[in-house]
Design a protein around this ligand. Sequence first.
Ligand code: GLU
Length: 449
Amino acid sequence: MSPAPIVRFAPSPTGRIHIGNARTALLNWLFARRNGGVFVLRFDDTDFERSKTEYADSIEQDLAWLGVEPDLVRRQSERMAFYDDAAAKLKALGRLYPAWETPEELDRRRKRQQALGRPPVYDRAALRLTDDDRAALEAAGRKPHWRFRLDPGTVRWTDLVRGPSHIDCGSLSDPVLRRENGAYLYTLPSVVDDIELGVTHVIRGEDHVTNTAVQIQLFEALAGRAPEFGHHNLLTDAAGEGLSKRTGALSIASLREKGVEPLAVAALAVLVGSAEAVRPVASLDELAGLVDLGNLSRGAARFDEAELDALSARTLHAAPYAAVADRLAAIGVAGSNAEAFWQAVRGNVARLADAADWLGVVEGAVAPVVEDPAFLALAADRLPAGDWDRTTWAEWTNVLKAETGRKGRDLYHPLRLALTGRESGPELAALLPLIGRARATARLRAPSS
Ligand code: GLU
């Protein structure tokens, strides 16, 4: 058996995570779950200006709400010394070199290359500087940025999602790994940490495919070998627009605040854009059994909030009491009848919070709708004696049917209006025992409305 996989989700804490980030997190976490592996949450927070502790905290909360608990949490900001060591190693290997071009200079060069019909690839002018040139730049107080010298060949890997993949590194500019101010860009720290954590599978969005070619070269330079890679398709909003942490669109927090079911968010986040039908699941373990990186489609997948609302409702309709008991208790649904109450009303809620409305109908002050007081008075007289259960309703309405000749809607609807004050709702066979004799009698005998 191959060793247990180690995977990571590596957000930069520069905003709240959205449904597309949740897709990446869940694909990793479910992969670890299915294979008895380890899931690391790694904050890529080397950008000191944009990274914020509040965002890191909110990302942990949003993941916990989805049911994703990391086995380990890492912060790149605490690991700068390791990146310095790796940079020194690359320098010694002749793979990291200083360059002094300003953004304006690089821009001018790119435009010139484009005008000549050449690809806008960095021309490695910095490698042709003499020692004297460099000394002069330093004496003038200029600080270099640092570029990784790519091998010009083609990098190949077998992508867990996309199959055999390759990138011609001759067509890429040597990437900048470190800025003039000493800050590392994401590329190098990510590889250093993946090596140190023993990451076996890097599962991330397909916007990182080009980075993968660069990073495979970095892995090979620093550790001799690279992990496996899988690049999943990205989610767009319903209009086909890409998602961004910065805009807050479709953030996990906003979905939570709207009262959407976390399991529905998780299911839609990973099943949309896959060969599996989008469907409600009873647990993340069930979802783990449905998700396979090889089953993801190639094109972008649209995330539709209307589809999420429908899936959220269907998830609740099938939710066992134990799965929602804590959240029900928080809105006042507790006690010995709580489970029966949930069974009765779950098919009639779109959001869990709607259960509170039905609790009001069962236990609260209902304004009964009384259209035919004589019939309702008879119905009150005929309420069955003894303890009530789910059979009481049939017993009662059979008696009323025999005595009055009413049937169908004529028989049932006036009872529903009086007992619940509503036109429609959960099955009365389930509600009647919960409403109980005292309330039922009072509602049936209420003055006509
Ligand atoms: N911090 C990177 C991002 O958020 C991580 C990419 C990766 O998984 O390597 O896109």
